[in-house]
Every structure is written in C-alpha cells, then in structure tokens.
Design a protein around this ligand. Sequence first.
Ligand code: CP
Ligand code: NVA
Length: 286
Amino acid sequence: MRHLLAIRDLSADDLKEILALSEGAYTHVLQDKGVALYFEKPSARTRNSMEVASAQLGGHPMYLQPNELGIGSRESVEDVTRTLACYHAIIAARVFDHALLEQMAAVNAVPILNLLSGSDHPLQALADLLTIKQLVGRIEGVRIAFIGEANNVARSLAEACVLLGAELNVASPVGFGFGRPMLAVNQVVDPAEAVEGADIVYSDVWVSMGDEDSPDRRKAFAPYQVNSALMAKAPGARFLHCLPAHRGEEVTADVIDGPQSAVWKQAENRMHTARGAMLWLARGKA
Ligand code: CP
Ligand code: NVA
C-alpha cells in the first residue's frame, strides 16, 4: 500500500515516476470509485484540482468537513479511516496536525494523500517541480531561491530539490528558518544573497493558515518582499508562488502580474500533478 504524506517518504525514482505520470496519458483507473477529500482548512486550488483530477480518472470526489466527520470526537481516527476505505479508493486530507495523516496511514486500509499539513505540502512541491522542468527544461542544477518562512511549502520544495539535485537557497528572518540544518539546502538571512544567480524566485504568504494568532510578522518579513528591486538581482529568473498571494505583502503586483511570473502555469500544474499522484497511489507497489 502506497501513501503520499511527505516528499521525504519518497525516493528519487518515485518522484520522477509521479512527474512522468502527471504529464502522461491516463485512463479511468478510478472508475466507479470514490475519492474522499477531507479539509480542516480552506482551499481553492487543492480542492478544485483534486476534484477535477479525480473526474479525469473516472472517480467520484466527495468533499468532507470536520463538523460532519467528527474525527477523534464523534468517532476515532481509525474507525473513520476504515469507514471511508469501504467507499473510497483514496483518502486525501488537509489537516493542521501532520500526525493525523500518519495515524490514518497506519490503518493501511487505503492510500492516504496529504493535501497540506502544518509541516508539509507535497502536492504543491510536485506542481512546483513540474513547472520548473517546463520553464527551465530540467530540474537538476536549477538554482531556486525561496524567500520567506521555512514553512510547509518550503519544506516540501526543499526535500524535492534534494532528491532531484536542484540547488535551493532559503532566505528567512532569524527565527523563521528550518529548525535544523537541511542537507543540501543553503539557509541564509539576506534575500539579496539568496536570489543571486537564481533561475527561480519563489514566495509564499507571511502568515500560514493556523498561524493567524502568532505575533505580528509583518515587521520581521517586510525586508523579504519580492519586488522589482529584488527581481532585478536575478534578471533571468522566473517568479513562482503557491498562491493565495497577498499583493503588497510578500510580493508586489508588478512582479506577480509581470512577465517573469509563471504562477498560473504553476496553478494549472496542481491539477496535472494531483492526477499523477493519484495514478501513482492507485498503481500501488510493484
Ligand atoms: N496552493 C494551495 O494549496 O492553494 P489552496 O490553499 O487554495 O488549495
Ligand atoms: N504556507 C501556506 C500555504 C498555502 C497554500 C499555508 O500553510 O497557509
């Protein structure tokens, strides 16, 4: 049984296989099967791309919310997982606590797919890599600068870069970097240093879902805005953002809406990689 909870759980070959499946032909491998989509947090791209990708594979997506399922309150995590596995070929979930996904995967009744957790966003990293491959023509040796908090999006991107040999610089304010050193990821404080010679400049929100109550981050993150002055230090670079974006905060309108930006190609690729990930899960281990 395969699960996709974090990029670090994959091998380089797994990752390459998912990317190839994302760009390849597909059939109705989920014909007459359900895909459970459980969301503890809001979503535009992830829910819509997963619903359409499920339909492309012949499956029937079902949107489920915490107040209905009552995971851990109305019923145990394990019993909800076993129940959903009676009807669905895949359980996909967006959760606050990554441990909930691990608890579901431990039941081993049906593949579990992470739709974003507090610590990881593997589906986003898949779309990011596919987009980079399409923009630059390769992934190995590509120079990526991530500007902002070393959050869920950054972690999955970093793990994917390590697996496929891209070079990643992460520029974060002090206290907002990865808690411990990450192999083959260059962590810096100065955003200008991070973007020097970059092929890709990447940004995400300053306040992730669930961090709304953390003390005002705007002061700490103000020097980490991706604007035309920062992009000028990497004139050949393309700009990526997982979205949703806040123009005037982590990125200026002229950058995200300008010629260097490829965020809509990246958003479209969420659907292709959602399909690739589900094909990979449905295929199971050889
Ligand atoms: N990038 C992303 O996951 O977007 P949503 O939160 O809208 O799904
Ligand atoms: N880091 C952001 C990503 C949103 C897609 C969050 O977790 O809210």
